[in-house]
Write a protein that binds this ligand. Sequence first.
Ligand SMILES: [Ca+2]
Ligand SMILES: [Ca+2]
Length: 302
Amino acid sequence: MNARPRGAAIVMAMAVVAMAALAATALLLSQSTWARRLELATQRSQAQRGLEAGLDWSRALLHDDLRASQTDHPGEPWAMSLPPIPIEGGELAGRIEDQQARFNLNNVVRDGVVDPVQEECLRRLLARLGLPAPLAASLGDWLDADGLAQGGAEDAYYLAQATPTLAANRPLTDLAELARVRGFEPAVRERLRPFVTALPRPTAVNVNTASAEVIEALVPGLGPEAARALVAARERSPYLDRSGFLGRLPEGVRLAPELISVNSEYFQVDFSVQVHGARVRGTALLVRDSASWPRVAWRKFP
Ligand SMILES: [Ca+2]
Ligand SMILES: [Ca+2]
C-alpha cells in the first residue's frame, strides 16, 4: 500500500471514531435529558397525589366540624391555615376559606329575575369599596334570564364588542367570568375579589366569618363603625344563631333574617405541593350540605 491511500484510510478511521464518539455523547445527553424528564414527571405526579391528599384532608376536617358544631367561625380547626407539612420528598401547604364569608354575586338574580334586596346589597358593597354603582345593573342584566337591558347591558352591547359575545343570562360559574361583564375592568375585579364569590345557588352570608365591609353591605343604614363593632363582638364569642346577631344591631336598624346565617355550606380549598423540583397548585369548591362527606362542586387541579 502506498503512503497516500494509507494516510486517507487513517483519516477516515479517525473520522469514524470521532463521529462514533459524538453519537455516543449525543445519546448519553439525550438519555440524561430523558431521565431528568422522567424524574420531573414522577415528582409532578407525586405532587399531584399530594394535592389529592390535601383535598381529602379538607373534606375530613369539614366533615368532623359539622358533627362537632352548629356554627362556623374563624376559631375552628378548618379555618387555620395549614402550615407547610413535610410529605415524601417535599411539602404540602394550604388553607380552607369559607365562601359564605363573602357576598355571593349570583344572589343578585333569583329564578332568572333580579332580586331588588340583593341588588341593593351589592350597590352598598360597591359604594363601600368606592366602585361605580352601575356595575350592579350590569351584573343584573348579565345574570337575569331576559334580554331586556335594565340599566345594564344585554346582547346588543356584547355583540358590538371587539370580541362579540352574548350576555350569559344565567349564574356565574366562576368569578373569572366577571371579566366578560360590562364595566368589570381588571382594577374593579381586583378591588372586589376579597369580598365576593360566585356560588352555584343563592346563599346567606355567615356573620361569623364575613368582613365588616360585607356585613355593612347587607344591613341598610348600618355604617362602617357599627359593622366593625359587630365583627369585634363575635371575636369574643361567635354568634350562636341569627337572633344573636340581629339582637346586636343598633336601634332602628333592620335586616331580613334570611340574608344571614351563622354557619356555612361552601368552602374553597387552595393547596400547593412541592416535591423536589416540581410545584403544583390546586383549588376546589367544597359543598357541605348535610352530614355526609363534603362534595366537590368544582376543582382546578393540574
Ligand atoms: Ca363549625
Ligand atoms: Ca339578561
